[in-house]
Design a protein around this ligand. Structure first.
Ligand code: HEM
Length: 355
């Protein structure tokens, strides 16, 4: 009897200890709570970024660009010790050294929009770039809530040139560039879920803001489906370098996305994302978590300052007038998912406003 009581007491004490460990949170003076007091200062900065950079929390041009900027910044990193400048990875060098790094082949106008908000925030360039990407991506319904790790030191040098893959690169070149930064083919495909909230300004400058899929404001798996539909047209003054024929008026298809969708090393990974929202979102989140701390160490987990995104419940559909007979299936290993078609005439996509 005494032993039984003791056991209950021990069990109760243990469960309290566990609960205490799980729920210990700091109350910030701004009203929010967080697991680490050092994160408190970020809540007002999150609000400021939403207001000054993302038009009050939109999944628009700036949010899309913030994600792309985080990628371009972080991928400036190499595992190979033989280079004297292996790059600082996710260090914000793209923002801080904006005249050097953006002069390389792929540039970003978002640097110009982010710079004044960055200066106002008081964060290091790396923390700013990667916090903005987590917030901006989360403004898109269906996106996972990305992690944010805090405490990057100021960047010391621009990233080496030629670290950002080009749409004209072969699949072999793209996979080997990513491998050199520590990413597997499956992580590369997961990261390309980003192209579901993407548009091109520079591929064909006559049609800025041309989206890569028909639902550019939603983080769904539509891009993985639409890249597989038979291409029939160039949306603007094409063909341009890095572009291949797309299936829908007003839609841009990158040569690299199409090549990756068809290559035997990546085709099944690509197909597996279609209408597989949870798998896609969690694989993207995991790969982003790795990307956004490349080359960094000793950071504090401040993920709880990132707002929770709205959900997307699906299922995705073929754009109007399309069906499985239009799909260029490249994966023989698994059956192609069965999807309904949006009703109505074939769409013409509008450009992303503000591009
Ligand atoms: C195979 C590697 C990749 C290539 C070749 C590539 C190429 C491109 C190109 C050419 C554009 C259009 C640029 C323009 O004309 O304005 C673009 C847009 C974009 N990319 Fe990628 N990309 C790759 C991987 C990624 C990754 C890993 C991410 C993020 C994790 C990403 C995020 C984006 C986003 C969000 C946009 C849209 C930006 C906007 O709408 O303003 N890309 N990409």
């Amino acid at each position: 009897m005494v032993f039984a009581r003791l056991a209950v007491l021990v069990a109760l004490a243990a469960s309290h200890l566990t609960n205490a460990a799980i729920i210990k949170r700091f109350a910030c003076s701004t009203g929010q709570t967080t697991t680490n007091e050092a994160c408190c200062k970020l809540f007002p900065i999150v609000d400021q970024i939403q207001k000054d950079l993302f038009d009050g929390g939109e999944c628009g041009e700036e949010a899309h660009s913030a994600l792309r900027l985080a990628f371009h910044d972080a991928i400036g990193f190499s595992l190979q010790v033989r280079y004297s400048n292996r790059g600082g990875g996710a260090d914000g060098s793209l923002l801080a050294f904006n005249t050097t790094e953006t002069a390389f082949s792929t540039t970003d106008d978002i640097v110009a929009s982010q710079f004044p908000v960055f200066l106002e925030s008081g964060l290091s360039a790396g923390d700013f770039v990667h916090l903005a990407a987590a917030i901006g991506t989360g403004n898109c319904p269906g996106a996972p809530k990305l992690d944010f790790f805090f405490g990057r030191p100021d960047p010391v040098a621009p990233a080496p040139d030629r670290t950002v893959p080009e749409p004209t690169d072969s699949v072999t070149a793209i996979l080997s560039r990513f491998a050199d930064a520590g990413f597997s083919p499956s992580e590369v495909v997961a990261l390309l879920a980003s192209h579901t909230i993407a548009a091109a300004d520079q591929i064909d400058p006559s049609i800025p803001g041309t989206p890569f899929d028909s639902t550019v404001g939603t983080f769904d798996s539509q891009v993985f489906l639409e890249v597989l539909l038979k291409g029939t047209l160039f949306p603007g003054n094409g063909p341009q370098s890095g572009e291949v024929e797309s299936p829908i008026a007003g839609e841009m298809r990158l040569q690299s996305d199409f090549a990756i969708s068809q290559d035997s090393r990546t085709a099944c990974l690509w197909q597996n994302m279609i209408d597989n929202q949870n798998v896609m979102a969690s694989a993207f989140k995991a790969a982003m978590s790795k990307l956004q701390v490349l080359g960094q160490s000793d950071l504090i987990d401040c993920s709880d300052v990132v707002p929770v995104p709205a959900s997307f419940d699906g299922p995705i559909k073929y754009p109007a007038s399309f069906s499985q007979s239009d799909v260029q299936i490249a994966c023989a290993e698994s059956p192609f998912p069965s999807l309904a078609t949006v009703e109505g005439p074939a769409p013409t996509l509008a450009p992303v406003p503000g591009s």
